[in-house]
Design a protein around this ligand. Structure first.
Ligand code: ADP
Ligand code: MG
Length: 416
């Protein structure tokens, strides 16, 4: 047991049917059904392999794509092929989630065999609107179609989907009400890593926060400062621009317009309040960069031209951040320092990411664009830990008990 949740060390799985929720959601090209990335699929291989090696009948449940943006919404069939390849053993697949065909397939599984069900979001109760509009309790989730049809066939529920741990849906929180439950190896690794940072980080503990997810960033800053987790916060991206404006610094009309246009105006006041209380821990850029006629230009904060829109931290700031990162023992990173997708505004992110790769401190990085930047600069192997879950990670660091963590603690009480 860790943090009140069973691990795979606490359960016997030989000969049992294990319903295992994974997060193998990947970008997909719908035209040819090819997955554009497979990192999440590979990340849950250890759990699946362990369950299969120990003689479990493994039933995998997963979602693919967003039902709200209707993006990447697709079958899980290509994932089964990738898993088969990675595991070196057959992963069966069926184009059904919990209907008679899927249930028959589950009943026919032999010890050690693996079956991947189709996209659980093909079932209405797994959709995001269902979650947000109906807000079912975990007890109610246990009475949904998915859980009522599949749970009687299972002996144990395993959740390995930390990346989806902030979601409150039957495949994630319903089974723990009726089946003994445990977390998988990936979930265990990710959850324990971030719990360690929240509870007892090696110090100095530095947060590097940039990017454009402002509401999340502010909630997280408030929590890690109030709890004394962060010794220092280095700001970049839009987060930095909002702080600078809150301090009355003139950083160009374009910078302000972008913030107001993005409806982040209210955060200027919030930034002011946070800075008034924790100013000595919050580091703001000393220079900024913008792009004019396709070329990068920079100036110290006191000399920013009136009209520009700042899209990166400046060279001196990058150097200061580099020093702070090299001196840290824990570094948490979310959000790039600038619009790194374009070359003239990529410098700050690249320089800071290089420091992340070099520091002796333990680095934890999360967020889709932050991971993209890491891959772009080929630094993936040099990060301490890259979290597969962006949303879950940020919600966790904002101090919220994640729905799946709560459910797994409940499922730990059910005898196996
Ligand atoms: P992550 O996906 O790592 O959590 P975010 O989604 O919060 O990060 O932010 C990434 C986006 O923020 C990138 O697309 C980047 O171009 C944008 N961005 C970074 N700095 C700025 C800036 N100063 N102004 C506008 N957008 C920015
Ligand atoms: Mg992003």
């Amino acid at each position: 047991m860790r943090f009140g949740i069973r691990t795979l060390d606490d359960v016997a799985v030989q000969g049992k049917t294990v319903l295992c929720r994974v997060d193998i959601n990947q970008p997909v090209d719908r035209k040819n059904g090819k997955l554009k990335s497979i990192n999440r699929i590979l990340a849950c291989v250890p759990t699946i392999q362990e369950l299969s090696d120990k003689g479990a009948k493994v039933v995998l449940m997963a979602h693919q794509g967003s039902d709200i943006e209707y993006k990447n919404f697709y079958t899980t069939k290509p994932h089964a092929a990738v898993l088969s390849q990675a595991l070196g053993r057959e992963v069966k697949w069926i184009d059904d989630v919990c209907g008679p065909a899927a249930r028959q397939c589950i009943r026919e599984l032999q010890d050690g065999e693996i079956l991947l069900l189709d996209n659980v979001r093909f079932v209405s109760e797994e959709q995001t609107l269902f979650e947000t509009k109906l807000r079912l309790s975990h007890e109610e989730q246990a009475k949904t179609l998915l859980v009522e049809k599949l749970a009687p066939l299972g002996d144990l529920y395993v959740c390995d989907a930390f990346a989806a741990a902030h979601r409150d849906q039957p495949s994630l929180c319903g089974f723990e009400q009726v089946l003994p439950s445990a977390m998988g190896r990936l979930f265990e690794k990710e959850f324990c890593t971030v719990s360690q940072i929240m509870e007892d980080p090696q110090r100095p503990c530095v947060f590097v926060l940039g990017g454009a997810k402002i509401a999340d960033a502010f909630l997280m800053m408030q929590t890690v400062l109030d709890r004394g987790v962060a010794d220092r916060i280095l700001t970049g991206g839009l987060v930095a621009n909002i702080f600078l404006i809150s301090q009355g610094r003139a950083i160009g009309q374009g910078s302000l317009d972008f913030i107001l246009k993005s409806n982040y105006g209210e955060f200027i006041e919030k930034a002011g309040a946070l800075y008034a209380r924790y100013g000595e821990k919050i580091t703001l850029p000393v220079d900024l960069a913008w792009v004019a006629d396709g070329c990068r230009e920079e100036a110290p904060i006191s000399a920013i031209p009136e009209t520009i829109g700042a899209v990166d931290i400046g060279t001196r700031t990058a150097q200061l951040y580099r020093d702070a990162i090299l001196g840290a023992r824990t570094v948490f990173i979310n959000g790039p320092m600038g619009v790194f997708e374009q070359e003239p505004s990529a410098y700050g992110t690249q320089a800071v990411w290089q420091a992340l790769a070099e520091t002796e401190g333990f680095t934890v990085l999360g967020g889709g664009d932050s991971i993209t930047a890491t891959e772009k600069y080929q630094l993936t192997d040099q990060m301490g830990y890259i979290c597969t879950g962006g949303g879950a990670l940020i919600r966790f660091l904002s101090g919220e008990e994640l729905p799946v963590v709560r459910a797994l603690r409940h499922g730990a009480q059910i005898p196996d």
